[in-house]
Design a binder for this molecule. Sequence first.
Ligand code: ADP
Ligand code: MG
Length: 214
Amino acid sequence: MITLALSKGRIFDETLPLLAAAGIEVLEDPEKSRKLILPTNQEGVRVVLVRATDVPTYVEYGGADIGVTGKDVLIEHGGAGLYQPLDLQIAQCHMAVAAPAGFDYQKAVRQGSRITVATKYTTIARNFFAEKGVHVDLIKLYGSMELAPLTGMADAIVDLVSTGKTLKANNLVEVEHIMDISSRLVVNQAALKLKTAAIRTIIDAFAQAMHQPA
Ligand code: ADP
Ligand code: MG
């Protein structure tokens, strides 16, 4: 049995075509079912639904053999014990620093001021500002980062951006592009040794599907 960990939403949706290329069809719609374990058309393959941030943990500890997870989540997790054979190029977005239009971020950086930054991505934020030599006080949040500057709790945020609509709706402006983000296939290293053929088949099918025009 191969267990694949996915999170609901764009990662699940964008992984489906890759699974189809591997001949795997998920038999239930996670938006309609309350089940956390979804069967597929292949008896030896099942999908488990977990929180996006829990995908690397499930794969690391063997709750799942393979998973699909964002580069953001992987960096925050640390990636220990995970083999990362493929960047699937799905769920593409980027990590950015954003601030209210009224906050002169560049000036604060130039003057060496301490900046208060709210984020869910503390490792990425800490590394980015350390490399730039900017002193930051990080506030860890678990969601709705945009609210932090609007309430005066932070000067800026570090968050994922795709269209920029959420930033715009909250009067925030992107002031730094930190890194491009996409989702990767992660594999439990012990599972790769024990179930080499089955896992290789999936990796190869995904790789081949990615190189085909949509
Ligand atoms: P959460 O349950 O944490 O809200 P999301 O479904 O929003 O999870 O995000 C899951 C993953 O999808 C993220 O880790 C990231 O890699 C990617 N992602 C998040 N936001 C976007 C976006 N706006 N566009 C594309 N990919 C995104
Ligand atoms: Mg989200």
